[in-house]
Design a protein around this ligand. Structure first.
Ligand code: UD2
Length: 301
């Protein structure tokens, strides 16, 4: 993608900022972010920043004026916060997404939206294909599912080119904070020499995908003809949380003990992407395996 005017909502956040970095050399890039969890330090100097809230129609209208593509990454990422405050997270994760789609309709802009593996809830097949049943176990998952369905509907009803990317467990540089995911938590613990806290028996598994692969998937989504579709974005490989803990001890040279805590209530036991649709229709395949992704993360930090 080049010579294109682009809006990245949530562009100062973890995934959004990596995407901005990839887009900036060849495009005109704008970021809309309220900096509630995003950080200005994540952004290159030559990006136009609109400090504002994606829930605010005026801010969104200004940010989206004249754009060709919107990458919608603004969200409340915390699953537990969505459980505590379902209406609050709905306003950001769903109501605002609908505003983004409406604004895209006005501008005739393509929209690439951040969906999630959380749409599947407890998957009834492994690896899980996009056609599997969807039964989210959190308000966050319900919001992502609704966004993902709206994306399809906007293509159907209004011919708006949309692509929903169902991210599995994304990790990489700049992921931080209390809700940031197990890899950044374990790395912090290993570096600090503190115990690595495995919740439950650690035999639960996830498909961990590096943010550089997620960026590549977004770039594919920006130009594909296969719109109005949702795609799993993962590696197709699963690792257990215990394997992850051991690999992290290994790559950080840490002697942190591995300790067990109570399992998370309602935790998904196994999650792994069937990546064949993304491969076939989007021409996307992940390149970074877990161990090499962790090694590069450690050497860059
Ligand atoms: C969910 C979604 C993911 C993304 C994310 C956003 C699924 C399968 N995944 O991630 O796609 O949308 O939400 O936040 O729905 N754990 C420990 N110790 C810790 C921290 C976590 O053992 O200190 C375990 C945790 O119990 C879970 C696993 O690690 O079994 C992954 O937890 P997570 O919070 O990193 O991500 P997850 O799968 O809830």
């Amino acid at each position: 993608i080049r010579d294109t005017t682009i809006l990245v909502t949530g562009g100062a956040g973890f995934i959004g900022s990596h995407l901005v970095e990839a887009l900036i050399p060849q495009n005109e890039v704008r970021v809309l972010d309220n900096f509630s969890t995003g950080d200005r330090a994540n952004l290159p100097d030559d990006v136009t920043v609109i400090e504002g809230d994606v829930r605010d129609p005026m801010a969104l209208q200004e940010a989206a004026r004249g754009v060709d593509v919107i990458f919608h990454h603004a969200a409340v990422v915390s699953v537990s916060r969505s459980v505590d405050e379902p209406r609050q997270s709905n306003r950001t994760n769903l109501d605002a997404s609908l505003l983004v789609l409406e604004q895209a309709r006005q501008e005739d802009a393509r929209v690439v939206l951040a969906s999630s593996a959380a749409v599947y809830g407890h998957p009834d097949e492994l690896p899980v294909p996009e056609t599997a049943s969807t039964a989210p176990t959190s308000p966050y998952g319900v919001q992502k599912l609704a966004l993902d369905q709206y994306a399809r509907l906007y293509e159907d009803l209004y011919d708006l080119p949309t692509v929903a990317l169902r991210y599995f467990n994304v990790y990489g540089p700049r992921q931080q904070g209390p809700y940031s995911g197990v890899i950044s938590t374990f790395l912090e613990q290993a570096w600090a020499g503190k115990p690595i806290t495995v919740e439950g028996d650690g035999e639960q598994s996830r498909d961990f995908v590096h943010v550089s692969d997620v960026v590549r998937a977004n770039l594919r989504a920006a130009t594909t003809d296969a719109v109005g579709e949702a795609y799993n974005i993962g590696t197709g490989q699963r690792a257990t949380v215990l394997e992850l803990a051991e690999t992290i001890r290994d790559v950080t040279d840490s002697s942190s003990p591995i300790v067990h805590r109570d399992a998370r209530p309602g935790d998904i036991r196994h999650s792994g992407a069937d990546t064949s649709k993304a491969d076939r229709k989007l021409g996307f395949e992940a390149r970074v395996g877990l161990e090499s992704g962790l090694r590069s993360l450690v050497s860059e930090s």
